[in-house]
Design a binder for this molecule. Structure first.
Ligand SMILES: Cc1cc2nc3c(=O)[nH]c(=O)nc-3n(C[C@H](O)[C@H](O)[C@H](O)COP(=O)(O)OP(=O)(O)OC[C@H]3O[C@@H](n4cnc5c(N)ncnc54)[C@H](O)[C@@H]3O)c2cc1C
Length: 390
């Protein structure tokens, strides 16, 4: 038997669940979310879930600011506990970043965002373990923090369900047929139909693209996260740090259990098939990151490597997402290519997508994320070169 809905969302990561929640909240629509595994079993599960506002691309900045307000007050605004911890966010960079950073901060301050350039003494008061001997500029984003990615995606999903959406897990989309108005989605659990479909399958979106004959401009890559522990207590409220002086563009943040979680914002390793991703982290990577951490925090020279995992980035040519309608296919929408920084944007991306799908003007604009920007030469380039800092 074919099940019907008004909107089908494919993918139960943070983007799909946020969109499903916002669609259900708007009311009057039968919303169905199809997820091949469990909620939060894709890239979102591997995320460091850092929520910052420091962006040089204006579009990202506006989404980050509005989304941060939702993360910081999630229980009241959406409902549920996501583990929000406000820490602030320090950005250390080479001298060449001073001018772009000051320009970005001026733009951010106009939006009421509290970012500022700090002296080494001021920064050391916020994070006493850091060394600034080789740093040209230090920026600070006071509102930033982090949450738990699993709690966030499941909270969105639970709220969507409570508002009437149907969420079906263990259901893999294997085909999409675009027959005029009504679209048919084939799965391993039968057939579903709706006039509107949102594809939010993260790194697996190429599989859906093949079903409809569209090649989305993004590549997947593999990123490693490691956790380190030192004898010196690492306070949970120490600011998150982004170290733009390193080739890997490392970032690190506190985690419970006294460990520090370290990721990279570079290209990562090529990943042709996201299903081939394994969690092994090679010792050469641990040693290289360990040396970079010891350079930034001398007390980490004898840090203990406690754990590691890998996760996928879906990277577009300008390191910014593709969000909106699929050209030439009325009623078909996509959200992909978040290039390693999509978690923090998810609350308002989901909201704006739901408004677009319901024919309303998005409160937070998403038009600049249209796929057509690549052909139009209107790509969104950040001030610090490539990377997930954008
Ligand atoms: C190591 C790492 C650290 C990161 N850290 C940060 C950070 O600190 N801050 C930040 O903002 N961003 C961060 N990101 C990026 C962020 O986590 C991602 O951009 C975001 O989680 C992507 O969410 P998504 O919903 O698009 O994709 P996913 O979470 O991958 O969701 C896609 C879902 O679609 C499902 N699916 C796929 N194919 C099908 C199908 N055929 N049928 C049904 N379901 C299907 C998958 O099972 C999956 O659950 C990080 C990413 C990684 C990997």
């Amino acid at each position: 038997m074919t099940k019907t809905a008004d909107v089908i969302v494919i993918g139960g990561g943070v983007i799909g669940t946020s969109a499903a929640y916002n669609l259900a909240k708007a009311g009057g629509q039968k919303v169905l979310l199809l997820e091949r595994g469990d909620i939060c079993s894709g890239g979102t599960a591997k995320s460091c879930a850092i929520v910052r506002t420091h962006y040089s691309v204006e579009a990202n900045m506006v989404h980050a600011v509005e989304s941060l307000k939702i993360f910081a007050d999630f229980d009241n605004r959406v409902g549920g506990e996501v583990g929000w911890r406000r820490t602030g966010y320090l950005i250390v960079g080479p001298e060449s970043h001073q001018e772009p950073m000051e320009t970005v901060f001026r733009m951010q301050n106009k939006y009421g965002i509290d970012t500022a350039v700090l002296t080494a003494k001021e920064a050391a008061e916020k994070h006493p373990l850091l060394s600034f001997h080789d740093v040209g500029v230090i920026g600070y984003d006071s509102q930033a923090g982090y949450v738990d990615p699993y709690l966030t995606a499941t909270a969105f999903a639970n709220r969507a369900k409570a508002l009437g959406a149907e969420i079906i897990t263990g259901t893999e989309v294997t085909g999409i047929t675009l027959d005029g108005g009504m679209k048919t989605v084939q799965t391993n659990q039968g057939q579903f139909q709706a006039p509107q479909i949102l594809m939010a399958a993260g790194p697996w979106t190429h599989d859906l693209g093949k079903m409809i004959g569209v090649q989305f401009p993004y590549v997947n890559s593999r990123h490693k996260v490691i956790t380190l522990k030192v004898n010196t207590p690492y306070q949970l409220d120490y600011p998150i740090v982004k170290d733009l002086t390193t080739e890997d563009k490392i970032y690190f943040r506190s985690e419970t259990g006294g460990v520090v979680l370290v990721g990279t914002g570079d290209h990562g390793d090529p990943l042709d098939d996201p299903d081939s991703l394994r969690d092994n982290v090679d010792m050469a990577h641990v040693e290289r990151i360990g040396a970079l951490m010891a350079n930034r925090m001398p007390s980490f020279s004898d840090a203990q490597f406690t754990a590691g995992w890998t996760g996928p980035y879906d990277i577009t040519p300008d390191w910014n997402p593709i969000v909106g309608g699929v050209d030439g296919h009325d009623g078909l929408y996509v959200a992909v290519g978040f290039s390693g920084h999509g978690f923090k944007l998810a609350p308002t991306i989901g909201e704006s997508l739901s408004q677009l799908i319901l024919g309303q003007p998005p409160r937070v604009p998403i038009d600049m994320y249209r796929m057509g920007r690549f052909a139009e030469g209107k790509t969104l380039h950040g001030a610090y070169g490539i990377g997930s800092i954008s």
